[in-house]
Design a protein around this ligand. Sequence first.
Ligand code: ZN
Length: 394
Amino acid sequence: MMNRRLFIRTVATGAAVLAWTRKGLAATYDLVIKGGRVIDPSVGLDGVRDVAIAGGKIAAVEANIAGDITETIDARGKIVAPGLIDIHTHAGRSKEGPPLALRDGVTGWVDAGSAGADNIDQIAAVARGAPQIGRALVNIARTGVTSGGELLDINSANIDLARGAVVRNRDVVVGIKARLSNNVAGPNDLEALRRAQEVASSFSLPLMIHIGQSYSPMRAILPLLKRGDIVTHMYAPAPNGILDDQGRLFPEVAAARRRGIIFDFGNGVLDHFNWDVVERATGQGFWPDTISTDWNVMSKTTGVVDFPNVMSKFLMFGMPLSQIVACATVNASRVFQSFDDRGTLNVGAPADLSIMELREGTFEFLDNYKGTRTGRQRLFPAVTVLAGRPVQGA
Ligand SMILES: [Zn+2]
């Protein structure tokens, strides 16, 4: 056994070796991102730093990093954040989607139920071929999303077929999705939810439900969710949203959050949020756990525009920037196990980063009801770094 004196000497020798290495051999980095405002909520960092990358991993986050540096990005005046993780997209619908999202800073995405048992294999193929990490939720309706309402016929929610879809695609399927709006499920919402939960629970996977204008109220829906499940479109207007007729947050909603249900923004295009609900809910302290876009390849021309634009909407309501970044990075990474080592600039983490510009000015933001609000700041995507390499064509 090592006695105390020997142990002390060993430590001293180690320090000496380290000092010699620092003087004698310059550290070698593939890329250093210099002088940006690094916001990494996973370690509580918000300050001007350099980020050094070697071998596709974060090698150091420090002031004034020197050494043998192959490539430098000047990030002075910009925000340097972990790569954005968008947990509600439809990026898997075509192979053009993932590279487009990557330009916006999205280095990880989840396709949230575009497809069910009948068509999930195509989505899974897109996810496997994507430049960044892509994952998918299986819609409990075998058809996936349909414009006519995929759960109006409850037979579409077939447990065995959904299980088969998960089994065939265990490498990319990370959960189950159910859309519960009245125009999607009608009075079948609770039965569809029960079936979706039966599939999700049998694999210990999270279930994401889409709420808003459902047939059943939140107090009937929420008890069917387990810890780690996700409610997307959290600020969907009445009927049957998270607020009562007086605009007060239902106590059942706050209780659901306390027992580990995750509330996700899910911007979308139609019926998913209006400014009034955001204002009332956030005024009562009910902020999102995660911010997501409900993005698809057409989003540039809708109120989504891009992920940083969606994040900017919360600046208007006074949410601190570091908390907004957390919702789009570390918080999102904790929802699905596949993203465990992401959403952070910890040394050793995959070197996925989103460099953004926070511009001051007059910016108009859209809700899903043609409501506009004017903000004084907006985040713009600048450079995406994926696995240590700047993405071209951004
Ligand atoms: Zn969606």
